[in-house]
Design a protein around this ligand. Structure first.
Ligand code: NAD
Length: 477
């Protein structure tokens, strides 16, 4: 008798994305050939280049993958991690295509990866690696404001984006839109206010939307609203930190557990995220923080009893071997691919609400889109209308005062007559984007009765839009 083959606890990230795609594709109504075209990665550039480290030369392995050219430029972050490999970058690039479609950002998906652990290099060495990687991209026409536009991801930030811009400018002197070749740049180097925290802020808006529906919360035994919800966060980097701070300060949530590379800390009454990050900066570790107790192992964060679990580190964290132990009622995928496809089936059976990565962490690419638009327009958002709005609101308030014979206090007047700054507009655009996209995903679930999870619904929403782009081109009649 043939034994049923057990599923491996660990399937590759790319396999998970592929399985999730197939699950949604059957509901999309798109022709088979078109689905195959959407699924594959269009261009994969694998490179090796030498960089001098100390007295030796090291050969660095790196990638840039453009998943879909149905809209241009392609867009996606650059990851620096020792775990980078071609499959991982392909999975991440694919997710970018669906992510952009879900939030109506008119780009194809892409992603870059450099196989290094940034901790092992000095700042000068990281700069050499980043500049050389950029030069390779320029050489093969894999970067440019109308071609492919990188951004930060795991292990990179605004500093690296600044180096990329500077390298691009030195090769492409005189190109008028050169600043749009990369996003997530420092504000004083053609960046945009609000980009650094954009992914975390988007995660917060996605959660705020998810917990605002009474029926959905009733199924989980939760009340609506973020106030008082208990949260556990894995990874206190760019995304985890800002998500935590905003959930705490704007949502009134209680962060009870945080894990980083070196371990995890717990306090059922809440952990002050800003203070914890300061402690880590000073001591090099989150452990030993006065406002919390240390936990045995960093992976314990995933199994803590809480309302919301936010994996904000890397992919494949919740797998067949630990899915049953998850006690959270909601999982917000701040990271890309933190749940394997097999684990997801177990979590859904347990009734856990999963807010999928391709929607949940789309705040970064949304604000990157705003930054790119700012670069192409060569003007800060709000510059033209701020004073005009301020004067108009001032006149209105003056009119009300004259008509009522009452005067409004200086503080209230300032608040009522304020014209929007760039950061206000960025936040407003991001909030609108995340709210609209969640509505669209929920509409899909209402329309397709057999679709019971947000990931499949998000995929279908993306496929509808990408499919109609291809059909409009007349490629798949
Ligand atoms: P980051 O490098 O700023 O931070 C990640 C943190 O996770 C690091 O501090 C690292 O030490 C920690 N970490 C790694 N493994 C861990 C583990 N097993 N347990 C606990 N902590 C661990 O990276 P980031 O930019 O915050 O990205 C995090 C995730 O969010 C990635 O999956 C990335 O693809 C995704 N993401 C990032 C952005 C962005 O704008 N930066 C946008 C969308 C998605």
């Amino acid at each position: 008798m043939s034994k049923k083959k057990a599923q491996p606890a660990h399937i590759s990230f790319l396999d998970s994305v592929s399985r999730n795609f197939d699950k949604a594709a059957v509901h999309s109504g798109l022709p088979k050939g078109l689905l195959s075209q959407i699924k594959v990665c269009n261009s994969v550039y694998q490179m090796r280049f030498p960089v001098k480290v100390g007295n030796e030369y090291q050969v660095i392995e790196a990638y840039r993958v453009q998943h879909s050219h149905h809209r241009l430029p392609t867009k996606g972050g650059i990851r620096y991690s020792q775990k980078v490999n071609q499959d991982e970058v392909m999975a991440l690039a694919s997710l970018m295509t669906y992510k952009c479609a879900i939030v109506d950002v008119p780009f194809g998906g892409a992603k870059g990866g450099v196989k290094i652990s940034p901790r092992d290099y000095t700042t000068a060495q990281l700069q050499s690696i980043t500049r050389r990687y950029t030069a390779e991209l320029i050489r093969k026409n894999f970067i440019g404001p109308g071609i492919d536009v990188p951004a930060p991801d795991y292990g990179t930030g605004s500093r690296e984006m600044g180096w990329i811009l500077d390298t691009y400018m030195s090769f492409k002197g005189g190109e008028i839109d050169a600043a749009g070749c990369v996003t997530g740049k420092p504000v004083n180097q053609s960046g945009i206010r609000g980009r650094t925290e954009a992914t975390g802020r988007g995660v917060y808006y996605s959660l705020r939307e998810a917990v605002s529906y009474k029926d959905d919360m009733a199924k989980l035994g939760l009340t609506t609203g973020m106030e008082g919800k208990t949260i556990a966060i894995q990874g206190l980097g760019n995304v985890g930190y800002h998500t935590g701070v905003i959930c705490q300060e704007e949502g009134g949530a209680t962060i009870i557990c945080v894990a980083e590379y070196e371990g995890a800390v717990y306090n059922e009454n809440g952990i002050d995220i800003k203070a914890l990050a300061k402690h880590r900066k000073k001591t090099g570790s989150i452990l030993g923080f006065k406002g919390a107790e240390d936990m045995n192992q960093r992976k314990n964060v995933l199994e803590v009893k809480c309302d919301i679990l936010i994996p904000a580190a890397l992919e494949n964290q919740i797998r067949l071997d630990n899915a049953k132990k998850i006690k959270a009622k909601i999982i917000a995928e701040a990271a890309n691919g933190p749940i394997t496809a097999g684990a997801e089936e177990i979590l859904l059976k347990k009734g856990i609400l999963i807010i999928p990565d391709m929607y949940c962490n789309a705040g970064g690419v949304t604000v990157s889109y705003f930054e790119w638009l700012k670069n192409l327009s060569h003007m800060r958002f709000g510059r033209m209308e701020k004073r005009f709005d301020q004067n108009t609101y001032g006149n209105l308030v003056g009119l009300v005062e004259r008509m009522t014979g009452k005067t409004i206090g200086q503080k209230e007047k300032k608040l009522l007559t304020r014209g929007a700054d760039e950061v206000d507009l960025v936040r407003s655009g991001l909030e609108e984007t995340m709210v609209t996209a969640y509505d669209q995903i929920r509409m899909v679930m209402k329309r397709k009765k057999k679709v019971e999870d947000l990931r499949t619904a998000a995929f279908i929403s993306a496929l509808d839009k990408i499919g109609s782009d291809y059909l409009a081109l007349g490629i798949f009649p």
